[in-house]
Design a protein around this ligand. Structure first.
Ligand code: GLC
Length: 716
């Protein structure tokens, strides 16, 4: 009888041709129902497959079969390797058409500061203090990456970093909590837009959750000793800003957090990220971070590592395969509740639906090359590179006069194409504009411009000496115990000066450097970071005064590596002014927030809408800035706070807002900030934000040493 009924039903379907599509394939169905429907159809092995992100290797002969079996939820395309858009769609077609449930694969790649068009490294982007421009760069990066089949980028990196010895300080927005939060959220918005499923958008995976930048001694992967207060005041807020901006994924970090590794840490991954913040995307482990729980010494074997990571809240395992190879048995043996597997699978499926992968699994552009290196991309890269550069010294030699008789361009970075930092995406050095290209294109017609190798030299009106760090001297696990210019570049600078040249030093760096031995011989000193594809044009725009430099340091530049860690917003001490060494003070060579331009700005006194207010009231702070020089320029008005007496010690100064404004010569602008209860709050003993009565010093200005202050008193 049963066979008969099944046959009748099958015939009916054949005749009507209307086999009922399962709910999860219905794009009009609510997302949660599609997830539930699909989950209900999955067997355990397929579920564990969705939690696996192996490395894509073009020579992997088992990949097609594994995708067909539903054992590959996602693929990571590694740094330096490439996945052709056509190959990506071929693999996707196997997943969608051959696997039992047709669940699409999620393709992830490190689009860190551009895909083919490279923008400045993230530390340079932060130095622009221009989040709108940062967002534009991420939008372009997403457009290029999605055209080539990428669905998810492992960016933004928002690890607050205060030790320049750490190579990965180059990848985030520096030492400040607010800058990492503002730029992280801007990049998330740029990548995802208001709907990450739309053409030209990709998902953002914010990393490395959490505290990775506090690695002991600036040595990558080392443990971090962080109190919950330090986590909540300093390292977590940038991630919260990115989650609030809609990031679809978070990457759990390598580091141990005071005894519990970040990739097995229920406090951060579950209690804070999910229960307190309501994050409903998925958590991806960093590279092999799940299996490394064994090396951390909290798992006796791979099965225990997998159970601990998944239980804590790591949904998907990058490049190790313990979830797929051990969790079926762990579930069978009741060492892992099946419900926790379902929780993780739901998170992954939610993101795949949210990214539109089920409804539009084939994303590559038919002619992807047309989407790369567009004029708009190059224009944006040039502007962002120029705005990222920070002028630290200028005796008046800049901007260079078009009437100069002779310019010598020298140093390794005069013609180097090593301008993309450590993460290079799909960047090709041949796309880059070198400094030599840029200077030649803008020098005065009557100026004799020569490229001189470092060995030879000549006496000229100006010597532009281009020095720096190679991309392999920073980035992942490229930590330096000596942060001066490498391989004797200081000597080249000194010799040029001693020959009687006016010396303009341009530095291509990935971290704050100890430039103490450079400053005396530099008539001008410009920090260019690794500025990306339009490097040479951006440098020339600034050297010849097409634009005034407007970058401000997102990180302190120390006098010596011996001062590290060194950052502006450290907690007060019981003996202020004793922050020093026997042979050196505790102040940076160049402070956070500092930078020069080709004009001057004057500030009014700071005005508060009220000097006495009740806790919880909003107060406005206003200041008027005037361009008192002769050139149009951008200025970043910075607003700082010091809570003079609170239940817990607070930073001596903390950036709470900033505004970058462009002013013509003689033009004034009144900049108004809202000082909100959230900014004034301190975390109480239970880490709840509370606004306490007392005095708050509010200060504003364009450079840290010249701030205008007012006292705000909160009274009950
Ligand atoms: C690396 C990095 C992480 C990167 C990932 C994929 O080890 O720690 O930042 O996104 O692996 O390349």
């Amino acid at each position: 009888m049963k066979t008969f009924l099944l046959t009748v039903a099958a015939c009916g379907l054949l005749l009507t041709g209307t086999a009922k599509e399962p709910l999860y394939r219905d794009p009009t169905a609510p997302l949660a129902e599609r997830v539930d429907d699909l989950l209900s159809r999955m067997i355990l092995r397929e579920k564990l497959g969705q939690l696996s992100q192996p490395l894509y290797r073009s020579d992997d002969t088992t990949l097609d079969a594994r995708i067909t079996r539903g054992e590959v939820g996602s693929l990571v395309v590694a740094h330096g390797s490439a996945l052709a858009p056509a190959e990506r769609d071929r693999l996707q077609r196997i997943a969608v058409e051959r696997s039992r449930l047709g669940i699409p694969v999620l393709f992830g790649f490190d689009v860190i500061h551009g895909y083919r068009t490279l923008f400045p490294i993230p530390l340079g982007i932060a130095a622009s203090w221009n989040p709108e421009l940062a967002e534009a760069s991420a939008r372009i990066a997403a457009s290029e990456a999605s055209a080539c089949g990428i669905d998810l980028t492992f960016s933004p990196m928002v690890d607050v970093a205060r030790d320049p010895r750490w190579g990965r300080i180059s990848e985030g927005s520096g030492e400040d909590v607010l800058l990492n939060a503002v730029f992280g959220a801007a990049l998330v918005r740029g990548y995802q837009g208001d709907d990450p499923s739309k053409q030209g958008r990709i998902g953002a995976c914010v990393k490395h959750f959490v505290g990775y930048g506090a690695a002991l001694g600036g040595r990558d992967y080392q443990f971090t000793e962080l109190s919950e207060r330090a986590l909540r005041e300093t390292y977590l807020p940038p991630f919260k800003a990115c989650v609030d901006a809609g990031a679809v994924s978070v990457m759990s970090a390598f580091n141990d957090i005071s005894g519990t590794p970040a990739s097995a840490n229920a406090l951060t991954l579950d209690r804070i990220l999910r229960k307190e913040w309501g994050f409903d995307g998925f958590v991806l482990s960093d590279w092999k971070a799940v299996t490394e729980l064994q090396e951390h010494g909290i798992a006796a074997d791979g099965a225990e590592a997998a159970v601990k990571a998944l239980t804590a809240g790591v949904d998907m395992e990058m490049t190790s395969d313990l979830y797929l190879t051990t969790l079926e048995q762990s579930v069978r043996e009741k060492r892992l509740p099946a419900a926790l597997v379902d929780r993780a699978v739901r998170a992954v499926l939610r993101v795949k639906f949210r990214l539109g992968l089920f409804d539009r699994p084939f994303r590559s552009h038919p002619e992807p090359d047309r989407m790369l290196l567009t004029p708009e991309a190059r224009r944006t890269a040039r502007q962002l590179a120029a705005e990222s550069m920070v002028l630290l010294k200028n005796d008046g030699v800049l901007p260079l006069s078009p009437d100069l008789r002779s310019i010598t361009v020298t140093g390794e970075w005069a013609v180097s194409r090593d301008l993309y930092g450590w993460w290079v995406g799909m960047g090709d050095g041949r796309d880059a504009v070198t400094v030599w290209d840029g200077i030649r294109s803008q020098a005065g017609r009557r100026t004799d411009v020569r490229l001189m190798s470092q060995s030879r030299s000549r006496r000229s009106d100006v010597a532009v000496v281009c020095v720096g760090e190679n991309g392999y001297l920073f980035g992942e696990n490229n930590n330096r115990s000596d942060i001066r210019l490498p391989y004797g570049q200081e000597q080249l600078i000194r010799e040029l000066k001693e020959q009687g040249n006016k010396v303009v030093v341009v530095v291509f760096n990935g971290r704050p450097l100890d430039l103490s031995a450079v400053v005396p011989y530099a008539d001008a000193l410009l920090i260019a970071w690794h500025p990306g594809t339009e490097a040479g044009n951006a440098v020339a725009d600034l050297l010849f005064g097409k634009r005034s430099p407007s970058g401000r340091l997102p990180v302190s530049f120390p006098k010596s590596v011996g001062q590290l860690p060194l950052f502006y917003s450290d907690r007060t001490s019981g003996r202020p002014g004793n922050d020093r060494y026997v042979s050196m003070d505790g102040q940076p060579l160049f402070p956070f927030g500092y930078g020069l331009g080709y004009t001057t700005f004057e500030y009014s006194e700071l005005r508060l809408s009220k000097s006495v207010a009740a806790p919880g009231e909003q107060v406005a702070a206003e200041i008027t800035v005037t361009n008192t020089g002769g050139m149009k320029a951008k200025e970043t008005v910075q607003l700082y706070l010091h809570d003079k007496a609170a239940s817990f010690t607070r930073p001596a100064r903390m950036l709470i807002d900033f505004r970058k404004v462009e002013l013509a010569p003689g033009e004034s602008r009144t900049v108004s900030f809202d000082v909100t209860p959230r900014q004034l709050a301190v975390l109480d003993a239970a880490f709840r934000p509370v606004v306490e009565a007392g005095e708050f010093e509010i200060s504003a200005g364009g450079t840290p040493s010249e701030l205008h202050s007012r006292i705000l008193t909160l009274k009950r």
